[in-house]
Design a protein around this ligand. Structure first.
Ligand SMILES: [Zn+2]
Length: 697
């Protein structure tokens, strides 16, 4: 029998801002008052409160019903949710050694806290009983879905296992939590430690705004007056595209793909081996042959075979296109009088040259038209036109770093809808990548709760008072994360665990990737892409060339993505013993699929935080592509309506996709919006690979 924990109020409570009611506008976290030492006591209190709430449910003498079990569970753990949201925001977006140290402790405590809840036999007994009798409970659609999801969650966590098996599951979960945290700390460590100084004479080819950002990055690291290249993706990619110094490109490329694989104290290989073994063991305990089989059962794809089918369908035309492009790049090198073989650090550079020659377009020409502020405005404006929401900046909301901006979001009637936090610039305290998260999710179980939604990116800051200028990829990322943001802000569900992005991983990229489509439409660019100095709109011919250039190099982009997704699937569907030598496994798998030597994985295993920092995308990296089948097809609904802001289509998009969170089965949600299943070729068409696919067939 589990220990009964009484809620106790620790002495720190009175002075700990995490435990006091937040008297800030809209009850936002008081970031200006929160110090690292507040977290552990707040977590202690939160764990104790939550455990007591669970005990109250399991000890309730009344016959289990939806209200005293499922709804009570939904109401539990409020403090834990609140403290966790603030903590993990800092861990990812603005950490320091003290926070990272606490993170190690918290991840372990978190696993120790959740294990006995998710494997609680009495609690699961109540849930299972309700689940068995669900037909007689007179539930609403959302309640039915909630019961189904709650039952599935507990069942899949091992609540129905024998006591011995549960004990082992608990150990595995604790260990995995520790390993996931260590993986991301290692990655951050390797990223923070490395930089390449760029003296004047080594800047050949680099655009002016890149150098300005490189100076800002140096200043950020206490090297004012110098310029440095760091390992954030957008910096590395721009450098590889533009630096005409082949030796430096090689250096930067090698440092980027070596993250987590340097044989130093940040090396992630041993972690990967252990993670894969533990995931396999837990899947077997739960009755599945592999982790992939376990993981994918709870997804739209359902099976590893379905995932492989999609990826292979895309792989063949993408590879054919990439190999054709490779030959073209090689002959460009020859044309320039060189005779070296194209290497991975050359691809982006020569592809950019080729694009300039063919489409007469390069990123540097368009960047001055894509200032960050203009693109934020564009993202907001599209949301206003589609969903009627409006944005106004607030300067009175506490934030975790002075660069963070906050906007109040209002609905069409002028009512408060959400707060949106934008944290756009790269800095050493931030992990790489771009993401959306929340400080509070929408729900209305006990009255309307308005969400607090965050977008974090790693764009290069403009230096010397110049605005930050985005590359087309950055602009797309901005819209992508804002699409996730809308999924959180427009959420309109009753129960917190079904809110916003609480959907299947292979559905969650639909709202984000779909939103990218508006960013590259002439209607939007003509209005918002304006020169940051002159205010002039993007010239018509440049716009045309830009749009034509979007399909350029899609073979490369698809190959680097799909190879990573296939590797993820193989890691989790082959026996864990097969990948004991991580580098050898990677080489062998790439060989098997015929990966071109000149293209690197988008994420090599030791830096694949998506699948090893936690399990959200484990055996799930394909999700982006699964969602892309839907987003490519979904945007067609607007094209068919003849207006990318068509009100009737936008209303369906809001009602069926952006506002429903996890309250509806995703397949039903899609069909409700589109009137039919997605048509698979839309993805190949969007990537400009359809003709290659037909030629290859
Ligand atoms: Zn995304």
């Amino acid at each position: 029998m589990a220990e009964i924990l009484q809620p106790t109020v620790l002495p720190e409570a009175r002075s700990n801002p995490l435990l006091k009611p937040w008297e800030t506008p809209h009850q936002t976290p008081p970031f200006d008052e929160v110090e690292p030492e507040h977290f552990l006591p707040a977590f202690e209190q939160a764990f104790a409160d939550h455990a007591a709430e669970i005990t109250a449910i399991t000890h309730d003498p009344a016959t289990p019903d939806f209200a005293n079990t499922i709804t009570a569970l939904e109401r539990s753990g409020k403090l834990l949710t609140k403290v966790s949201a603030v903590f993990y925001d800092l861990v990812s977006a603005h950490s320091n050694p003290a926070i990272l140290e606490i993170d190690k402790e918290v991840s372990l405590r978190m696993a120790r806290h959740w294990n006995p809840i998710l494997m609680n036999a009495v609690l699961f007994g109540r849930i299972a009983m309700l689940h068995d009798n669900r037909a007689d409970l007179k539930l609403t659609g959302e309640q039915k879905r909630l019961l189904e999801r709650t039952y599935t969650r507990f069942h899949r966590a091992g609540a129905g296992l024998s006591e011995d098996a549960k004990k082992r599951m608990a150990e595995i979960n604790e260990r995995l939590a520790h390993l996931g945290t260590t993986f991301s700390h290692h990655l951050l460590g390797d990223e923070q430690e490395w930089f390449l100084e760029l003296p004047e004479e080594e800047r050949a080819g680099l655009p002016e705004n890149f150098i300005a950002s490189a100076r800002a990055a140096a200043e950020e690291r206490g090297m004012a007056g110098k310029a440095i290249v760091t390992l954030s993706r957008s910096t590395v990619e721009t450098f590889l595209k533009t630096s005409s110094r082949r030796d430096l490109r090689e250096k930067v490329f090698k440092a980027f793909i070596a993250r987590g694989d340097n044989g130093n104290q940040n090396d992630n290989k041993e972690i990967i081996v252990e993670v894969l073994a533990l995931r396999e063991e837990s899947a077997r305990l739960l009755g599945y042959p592999t982790f992939a089989a376990y993981r994918l059962e709870d997804s739209m794809a359902k099976t590893p075979e379905a995932v492989r089918g999609l990826l292979e369908r895309v792989w063949k035309p993408a590879l054919a296109r990439a190999l054709g492009d490779r030959d073209e790049l090689q002959s460009l090198i020859a044309t320039e009088g060189d005779n070296f073989a194209l290497a991975p650090w050359d691809w982006r550079y020569y592809a950019e040259k080729l694009r300039q020659a063919k489409a007469n377009f390069d990123d540097a020409t368009i960047k001055p038209y894509l200032s960050l502020d203009r693109m934020i405005e564009a993202a907001f404006d599209c949301a206003t036109r589609l969903f009627g929401i409006t944005f106004s900046e607030r300067k009175d909301i506490p934030v975790w770093h002075p660069d963070v901006r906050v906007w109040e979001v209002k609905d069409a009637a002028g009512g408060h809808k959400a707060l949106f936090y934008g944290d756009y610039f790269a800095r050493p305290s931030k992990r790489s990548g771009a993401w959306m998260t929340s400080l509070r999710d929408q729900q209305k179980l006990d009255g309307e709760v308005a969400p607090l939604i965050i977008n974090v990116c790693n764009f290069a800051k403009g230096a010397d008072g110049e605005p930050s200028l985005l590359s087309p990829d950055d602009a797309r990322t901005l819209f992508h994360e804002f699409g996730h943001g809308l999924h959180g802000m427009l959420s309109n569900v009753t129960y917190p665990s079904l809110s916003g992005t609480s959907v299947f991983t292979d559905f969650v990229e639909l709202p984000s990737q779909l939103y990218e489509h508006w960013q590259e439409r002439p209607e939007v660019l003509q209005r918002f892409a304006r020169h940051y100095k002159t205010g002039e709109p993007l010239p018509e011919d440049l716009l045309k060339r830009f749009l034509a250039a979007r399909k350029f190099n899609q073979g490369f982009a698809t190959v680097e993505f799909v190879s990573s997704a296939l590797l993820d699937l193989e890691f989790h569907s082959q026996p864990a013993s097969a990948s004991r030598d991580v580098d050898a496994f990677e080489r062998a798998e790439l060989e098997k699929i015929g990966m071109p030597r000149e293209i690197a994985l988008r994420h090599r295993p030791t830096q694949f935080g998506h699948i090893f920092s936690g399990d959200y995308y484990a055996a799930g990296y394909y999700s982006y592509m699964w969602s892309e089948v839907m987003d490519a097809d979904a945007f067609g609904a607007f094209e068919e309506a003849g207006d990318i802001f068509d009100p009737a289509t936008a209303k369906r998009l809001h009602d069926d996709i952006y506002s429903t969170g996890g309250s509806v089965d995703p397949e039903d949600a899609y069909v409700a919006f589109r009137g039919r299943e997605p048509e698979p070729d839309a993805l190949l068409r969007r990537r400009g690979l359809l003709e290659t696919a037909e030629a290859a067939a």
